[in-house]
Design a protein around this ligand. Structure first.
Ligand code: SF4
Length: 408
C-alpha cells in the first residue's frame, strides 16, 4: 500500500530552515567569536551548556564561570575530568547580551555538525537552552521546561547518543525581579542540589550501556488485511491500540477505524473489519486469559472495546500511561509521544496526520474527527501511526515492568 507521505516527504516536512552566522549576528559582540569545541572527549561525553557566558568569552575557554567550576568539581567527584574525558560546546558559540531563542535556532546547525563529527556516546544537556538546542526542532508541542526533561536518558535515533538533560549548574531563580538573579545550586535548598547530582550520576551510567540497536521502528510495523495471522500469537504480553472516529464511542456513528497489536516479536496494524467473523482472531486475544493485555491509557481502549466490539477484555494487565505516572509523577511526561522519545528515542511520528485524528470540536467529546478523510487519502499513514503506538506501548511496558521488578 502506497503512502501519501513518503519517508523523504516526512523528513522534508519536519526539516527546519537553517540560518547563517550573518543572520544570527552574535559574533559581532563577542571577544572570541565562534568558539571551537574544547576537550579531548576520551569518554565520549559531549557537554552542551547554555548561552555562551561572558567569563568564557573573556578567557576563550569554556566552563570558566562559578557554575562551570562547580560542574568541574562535581564531575571530578564522579571520576570525570571535564577537559580530558569530555568535549564541551554551548547552545550558542558567541557571547552576546542579546542572545535569545533565535540565536539558539541559528547555532543549532553548528551543534549538529559537532555531534556528527565527534559521535559522542552521551550528550549532557545542561539547562533549558541546551535542551532547546538539541530537541527544539524535533518534537511536536515542544517545551524546554527543565523540570519536565531533567533526569531522562533518551536514546536519540538521530544523534545515536543518549541525550541526558540535567539542571544547568547555574540556575535562574524566579523572583520579583524576574529571571535575572543567579545563584549557585549549592545556595539553593539541599533537595535541589541532590537532584542535580543524582541526575549527573545516573546519566554517567550510560557509559556502561550499549546504544540500542534496531531502532528502525517503522520497519517493524506490518500492515495486514487477513487477521488470522494474529493466531500466531500464542500467549504472553500483548499491547494494543485503536484509532477511532472520536474520543467517546457512545454517540451515533462512532466506530473503531483501525487497530494494532504487538507481541514484541511482531507488530500488526489493520483496518477494523466490519464482520464479527473477520475480527474473531483479534477478539480471541482480548478475551483470553493467556494474554496479558497492555495499552497506553487503558480506559480508552477498554471503553471502545466494550461499546463497539461488545466484548470484555479478560486480562487487563498493564496501563503504560499509569505506570509512567507511578514511576515518575511529574506533570506532562506520561503521554505516549513524550515517553516514546525519552525511553525509546522515537521522535514525533504523527504530526503529519494530527489534524485528522484529533477531535475537531475540542469542547464536545462526542464530536467526530476527520479520520475518514485520512482513510480515503492515505490509509497507510494511519496504519503505520497506529502500529507505532502499540509497538511503543509494548516496549514501554517491558521497560516499566523491568523497572518495577514485575514479570509474567
Ligand atoms: S552564536 Fe552560533 S550562529 Fe550565532 S554567530 Fe555565533 S557561531 Fe554563528
Amino acid at each position: 500500500m502506497e503512502s501519501l507521505f513518503s519517508k523523504k516527504d516526512l523528513k522534508q516536512m519536519t526539516k527546519e530552515k537553517t540560518y547563517t552566522c550573518l543572520e544570527c549576528g552574535l559574533f559581532k559582540d563577542a571577544k572570541n567569536p565562534r568558539m571551537k569545541v574544547t576537550g579531548k572527549g576520551k569518554k565520549r561525553i559531549l557537554n552542551i551548556g547554555g548561552f555562551m557566558p561572558d567569563t568564557d568569552d573573556f578567557q576563550n575557554k569554556r566552563w570558566q564561570s562559578k557554575a562551570g567550576k562547580l560542574l568541574k568539581l562535581e564531575y571530578k567527584k564522579l571520576g570525570i575530568d571535564i577537559e580530558n574525558d569530555c568535549w564541551n560546546y554551548n547552545a550558542t558559540q558567541c557571547y552576546s547580551p542579546k542572545a535569545n531563542g533565535f540565536s539558539i535556532t541559528c547555532c543549532r546547525r553548528k551543534v549538529k555538525e559537532v555531534i556528527k563529527k565527534y559521535k559522542p556516546h552521551i550528550i549532557m544537556a545542561f539547562g533549558e537552552e541546551a535542551i532547546e538546542s538539541l530537541l527544539g526542532n524535533k518534537l511536536k508541542d515542544f517545551s524546554s521546561n527543565i523540570d519536565k526533561w531533567r533526569g531522562f536518558q533518551a536514546p536519540d535515533r538521530e544523534y545515536k547518543a543518549f541525550v541526558c538533560p540535567v539542571f544547568h549548574p547555574e540556575m535562574t531563580v524566579k523572583n520579583s525581579r524576574g529571571r535575572d538573579k543567579y545563584v549557585l545550586l549549592d545556595d539553593l535548598q539541599e533537595e535541589y542540589s541532590t537532584i542535580w547530582r543524582q541526575d549527573l550520576n545516573n546519566a554517567l551510567k550510560c557509559l556502561d550501556r550499549k546504544f540500542p540497536k534496531n531502532q528502525d521502528y517503522e520497519e517493524q510495523v506490518q500492515i495486514i488485511t487477513d487477521l488470522r495471522i494474529l493466531e500466531n500469537i500464542k500467549e504472553g504480553l500483548v499491547a494494543f491500540d485503536y484509532e477511532t472516529t472520536g474520543l467517546k464511542p457512545y454517540a451515533k456513528g462512532h466506530r473503531i477505524i483501525s487497530a494494532s497489536v504487538c507481541d514484541g516479536a511482531n507488530c500488526y496494524a489493520f483496518m477494523m473489519p466490519k464482520l464479527y467473523k473477520e475480527r474473531e482472531s483479534f477478539l480471541n486475544i482480548l478475551t483470553n486469559y493467556k494474554y496479558y493485555i497492555s495499552s497506553h491509557n487503558f480506559s480508552f481502549e477498554k471503553m471502545w472495546t466494550e461499546h463497539r466490539l461488545l466484548v470484555k477484555i479478560a486480562n487487563e494487565f498493564w496501563d503504560s500511561q499509569l505506570a509512567a505516572h507511578i514511576l515518575d509523577n511529574r506533570r506532562g511526561i506520561t503521554g505516549l509521544k513524550f515517553q516514546s522519545y525519552v525511553e525509546l528515542g522515537l521522535e514525533d511520528y504523527s504530526s503529519h496526520i494530527d489534524t485528522y485524528i484529533k477531535a475537531s470540536d475540542g469542547k464536545s467529546s462526542n464530536s467526530h474527527n476527520r479520520i475518514l478523510e485520512l482513510v480515503d487519502m492515505d490509509k497507510h499513514s494511519l496504519l503505520l501511526y497506529n502500529g507505532l503506538d502499540s509497538l511503543a506501548g509494548y516496549k514501554l511496558t517491558e521497560i516499566q515492568m523491568n523497572k518495577m521488578g514485575v514479570s509474567i
